[in-house]
Design a protein around this ligand. Structure first.
Ligand SMILES: C[S@@+](CC[C@H](N)C(=O)[O-])C[C@H]1O[C@@H](n2cnc3c(N)ncnc32)[C@H](O)[C@@H]1O
Length: 210
């Protein structure tokens, strides 16, 4: 069991062979305030490869502001924080809302439906990207992953490695995890699972190719 998010990222990346002969493109969905997974990935990449970019998406304005202010202070041109939702709007209706189930205070169907409804009305969604991501890290809201993977599918290739948070698995009364939601829509190859310790705030993750 991995007890810390930084070690979780170290552990996951130690299982990945990063290409050394080209610019490595990382697509992150769910920057939050910018001082978590983005920092851990950047530290790993900095140590291991010369040429990389992290394109990190945060759809919520308040978090985006925190993240840009954090990264502005680091003055690192390799990191780009983007204030857009990375998924197609229509996929929220098709692949997110139907999978939401109520569980506890912060996981009620009402809570998520309300959040996604707001996004459907006012959110700014990414159009096209002009690179093939080598690694895609999805640390978004639970239930939202399938719509994100569906958009990524247009831009990734068979070598692209998805690193995806699977925190539904960590709930005591697990009904099903994000992995199982994704399997309803996609054939996931080469799955590897990394077990976190929820009590230390470390979610489970899994990696796969499409
Ligand atoms: C769990 S937090 C991210 C935590 C962050 N990775 C860290 O280590 O601190 C999830 C974030 O994903 C954002 N988010 C969820 N779905 C998104 C999407 N499709 N596009 C962009 N941002 C999204 C939410 O606004 C939220 O701030």
């Amino acid at each position: 069991m991995i007890k810390n998010m930084e070690y979780m990222m170290e552990n996951i990346f130690s299982n990945i062979n990063l290409p050394l002969n080209k610019q490595v493109n990382i697509l992150e969905v769910g920057t939050g305030n910018g001082d978590g997974t983005t920092v851990y990935m950047n530290n790993i990449l900095k140590r291991n490869i010369f040429d990389y970019r992290i394109h990190s998406y945060e759809g919520i304005g308040e978090c985006y502001k925190q993240a840009t202010s954090f990264w502005h202070a680091q003055n690192d041109p390799k990191i780009k924080i983007i204030n857009k939702f990375f998924c197609d709007k229509e996929d929220i209706e098709q692949m997110v809302l139907p999978n939401i189930f109520g569980q506890g205070n912060i996981m009620t169907k009402e809570h998520y439906t309300e959040k996604y409804k707001k996004i459907l009305e006012t959110g700014i969604f990414e159009g096209d990207i002009d690179y093939t991501p080598d690694i895609i890290l999805i640390d978004s809201w639970r239930f939202g992953h399938a719509a994100i993977v569906n958009k990524c599918k247009k831009y990734c290739d068979e070598n692209t490695i998805f690193i995806v948070e699977d925190d539904l698995r960590a709930q005591r009364r697990r009904v099903y995890g994000e992995e199982e939601i994704l399997k309803r829509y996609f054939y996931l190859k080469n799955i590897k699972r990394f077990k976190g310790d929820l009590y230390d705030g470390t979610w489970n993750f899994f990696t796969f190719n499409l």
